[in-house]
Design a protein around this ligand. Sequence first.
Ligand code: PLP
Length: 402
Amino acid sequence: MTSIFDFNANISQLSGESTLLYKEIAKKVEKTKKLKIIDFGIGQPDVVTFKRIREAAKSALDEGFTSYTSALGIDELRIKIAEYLNNRYSTDVKKEEVIVTPGAKTALFLSFILYVNPGDEVILFDPSFYSYSEVVKLLGGKPIYVNLKWDKSEGFSIDVRDLENKITKKTKMIVFNNPHNPTGTLFSSSDVEKIINIAKDNKLLLLSDEIYDNFIYEGRMKSVLEDSDWRDFVLYINGFSKTFSMTGWRLGYVVAREDIINKMGILAANIYTCPTSFAQKAAVKAFETFDEVNEMVKLFRKRRDLIYEELNKIKEIKVSKPNGAFYIFPNIGDILQMKNIDVKTFAIKLIEEKGVVTIPGEVFPLNIGRQFLRLSFAVDENIIKEGVNRIREFIEGMMNTR
Ligand SMILES: Cc1ncc(COP(=O)(O)O)c(C=O)c1O
């Protein structure tokens, strides 16, 4: 029977399982078991937004900077973003080629709405950030997955041949995320170049989400904006959430050719008008806090080393050392197979029995993640030690029961 409250047909099929579900289970466990929860689920740095940024927001409020702004964002901030990218990547972004959005998620959303028609195929890597596939499906597009290859010593890499084989006449766009959530991979410059060339040769849009670009532990971050032809095929996404620990402020941006940005501005004006005024003023100051950012990344490198060493001691787990972002993605496939359980059950039992929150890799579509768990190492070193110890006890307990 139909009802006036039947959802739009595309919404009914969305399955994006929120990472918040695991937090909810943890809350119950904390109450009933009086167990201190260890949370490896969080996707944000564990520091409060740097002081200078907070002060700038306060000043903007005190000065009454509280009205609507341009849908494209304030000029000051668009100029700062362009300058930052140009200095960092020796590129030539102009203010007019930047739109500031309420978070990188909105930047992604605007990009997908602008280009995905019903029936279009969009290439995603498996695994990938969950919202790409959901928004593509929402618009009637079809996610087409290209597996990332995994090897314990080499980590994750791109199967270029698989990527080429998946391109059809219906392919519209390749979605690339570097450094990568959930695997913590910084893809090599040569992988980035290969993707750029495939996009160019096949006349495809390349949406490149580089939101973790400041969390680099080894290797060089090659941005797609370094390609001198970027205006011909690139939609570049970044944001303030991770680099400046500003998740709650909701600020991201897109860089693309000026006419594309202007179209996004029209969409923005119709959907949310503009990003929050005083948050934008504060974000201008964010570009003066790279000393703080570098300190944070130094700390995260130590945590990365620690969590890798600790997980590596658990013989049932196979783990590669991530070189970017703040996630580690151990393979627990052997345990799942031996115990005949799936990764979601494993993650839920781990919370229920040991109070440790991780994110089962199946949250990141489509199939590869079913053998993996995602742990964020944006937590204190003592918490890492205690949490991995509890994971070890949990696995030992599992192995000792039939
Ligand atoms: C790969 C990736 N892109 C985009 C986002 C969204 O970031 P924002 O908080 O700016 O919306 C996230 C957040 O977890 C992410 O991991």
